[in-house]
Design a protein around this ligand. Structure first.
Ligand SMILES: Cc1cc2nc3c(=O)[nH]c(=O)nc-3n(C[C@H](O)[C@H](O)[C@H](O)COP(=O)(O)OP(=O)(O)OC[C@H]3O[C@@H](n4cnc5c(N)ncnc54)[C@H](O)[C@@H]3O)c2cc1C
Length: 318
């Protein structure tokens, strides 16, 4: 039977939510073997078994903190994949996921594709977005093991309970460790990661000032959303580049994307095209964004967004 390995990305001793969609993708191809690098596999086994992980490998290496030594993490992940006879190795297309998977692919001498939208394990074909989202390209992944990361949230997690056994594997990295992270500083914990968010509310040029993003922050707080920005808003200094969505910013795929005062440029669309539901708020009924949205509100964002926040607050109170 085909065995699909999944790098179980974690943070603060919890499995990242977007890993569950990757497990669902893997479960469509065969038996799922999860690889944990933070030493807490036993704490995750019940939860991951509910999504189809039948074996969880608790990877460790003598005197190694994988969080601070990405080269060691990639090497040990590859050794785990070899030891468990994995046919394909998947993970979340996050900065950490892409980093560790790329290092594992080199160690495995395997072909690799990052930021995939879909994959078929029978035909060994993966799909990726190209030309700012105007085309979807299909790639054959050749013979032998392949490595791929999946764009966060493109695959809806589906429960599929199986018994999950935990096995330990302690191996030394078979690579020279040249890179050691000395310190990790946490960003603002109130700011949600755009690429992982299942709801995003984005402000465009008409936000007019950095302070005005507070109306989006308030609404995001009620929705459990992350706040994004168009490049026009970032270039004008209203928002940080980390918030930029689009061709030269973050690629996102939330369940709900609320675009406030965005015209709908191809470059912005390239970054959020795979959102499940797009809602646009724009004063111009002819704005191109309306041709690409599921729902459109022809109105001033400075009226609609606070009203939406008020209604959400009322609902919560009620
Ligand atoms: C190589 C390249 C890469 C790029 N990469 C990116 C990228 O990664 N991300 C990105 O976003 N852009 C990118 N751009 C820029 C892109 O082409 C657009 O210029 C930009 O997306 C426009 O931002 P916007 O929609 O906020 O502003 P605008 O195009 O100015 O649109 C503002 C919209 O708000 C509406 N509006 C005005 N007032 C209100 C109000 N009070 N309430 C509601 N609606 C209102 C207007 O009707 C208008 O439709 C890139 C461009 C190039 C050339």
């Amino acid at each position: 039977m085909t065995k699909i390995g999944v790098f179980i990305e974690t943070g603060d001793k919890a499995v990242k939510e977007s890993v569950l969609g990757v497990i669902t993708a893997a479960a469509s191809g065969g038996e799922v073997v999860g690889f944990v690098l933070d030493g807490n596999a036993r704490a995750y086994s019940e939860m991951l078994g509910a999504y189809g992980v039948s074996r969880l490998v608790n990877l460790s290496a003598p005197d190694t903190d994988f969080g601070m030594q990405p080269e060691a993490a990639g090497s040990v992940l590859a050794l785990g994949a070899k030891a468990h006879d994995i046919d394909a190795l998947l993970g979340v297309g996050s900065p950490v996921g892409n980093d560790i998977l790329a290092r594992a692919a080199v160690a495995l001498q395997a072909p690799m594709a990052l930021d995939c939208l879909d994959m078929d394990f029978d035909t060994r074909e993966i799909k990726k977005s190209h030309f700012s989202g105007k085309a979807i390209a299909a790639f054959g992944m050749g013979e032998g093991v392949f490595v791929a990361s999946l764009r966060p949230n493109v695959m809806e997690p589906v429960e599929k309970t199986v018994p999950c056994e935990v096995v330990d594997l302690d191996v030394s990295p078979d690579t020279e460790v040249r890179l050691i992270v000395k310190t990790l500083e946490k960003g603002n914990e109130d700011v949600k990661d755009l690429t992982e968010a299942s709801v995003i509310i984005t402000g465009g040029r008409p936000m007019g000032a950095a302070e005005n993003f507070s109306i989006l922050d308030a609404c995001a707080g009620r929705l459990g959303a992350a706040v994004g920005a168009s490049r026009a808003a970032v270039d004008a200094g209203y928002a940080s580049h980390a918030m930029q969505v689009g061709q030269t910013g973050k690629i996102v795929s939330p369940k709900l994307y609320i675009a406030c005062g965005l015209s709908g440029s191809v470059q912005h669309f390239a970054g959020m095209k795979t959102s499940k539901v797009i809602v646009a708020i724009n004063t111009d009924k002819d704005a191109p964004i309306f041709t690409k949205s599921d729902y459109g509100i022809i109105a001033d964002l400075f009226e609609v967004v606070p009203e939406l926040t008020r209604v959400l607050e009322e609902r919560r109170a009620g």
